[in-house]
Ligand binder design. Structure first.
Ligand code: ZN
Length: 177
């Protein structure tokens, strides 16, 4: 089932997600619907607050663009109650977008390597290292469950440039909600 997206300006995007206490049928259904919604919207990640669920849960599926002709398809991943255990000192500065902030892309500095601990859909805790754009995507989604958006991480000059467009998005989607 496709889920309704929350857009920039909606207070749910600024709330910290509650920990998931138990993997119930409801959670399994939510994850399935989030994956479907993410793929339909051409996203590579989606966090529960973006679909009006204030929970510490997100999904990702990040393809690897090896070169112009070679794309390794992404693997669907589910992160429940995630914790980032470590961040590399090495960072890069690449553009990001967000399904909740349509058609805006800005530069965010993020570590290129992280170690994440989270629960999977079977209720098992796993610890895994992620690199490059997948690490970036996970950090972006992890921000969402902490009420943070990528635009909060832009440098002030780029953020200024974004302001009129952000006001537009806020106006457009709040009148629809
Ligand atoms: Zn986002």
């Amino acid at each position: 089932m496709l889920l309704k997206l929350a857009y920039y300006g909606n207070p749910v995007l600024r709330k910290k997600g509650e920990p998931v206490k138990e993997i119930t049928d409801e959670i399994r259904k939510l994850v399935a619907d989030m994956l479907e919604t993410m793929h339909t919207e051409d996203g590579i990640g989606l966090a529960a607050p973006q679909v009006f669920k204030s929970l510490a849960l997100f999904v990702t599926c990040v393809p690897n663009y090896v070169d112009e002709k070679t794309v390794i398809p992404g693997v669907e991943r589910v992160f429940i109650n995630p914790k980032i255990l470590s961040y590399s000192d090495v960072t890069d500065n690449l553009t990001e977008g967000c399904l909740s902030i349509p058609k805006l892309y800005g530069h965010v500095i993020r570590p290129i390597k992280i170690v994440v601990e989270a629960m999977d859909l079977d209720g098992k805790i796993f610890t895994q290292e992620f690199v490059n754009y997948e690490a970036r995507c996970i950090l972006h989604e992890n921000d969402h469950i902490n009420g943070k958006l990528f635009i909060d991480r832009l440098d002030s000059e780029e953020r200024q440039l974004f302001e009129p467009k952000l006001r537009e998005i806020k106006k457009k989607y709040s009148s629809k909600a």
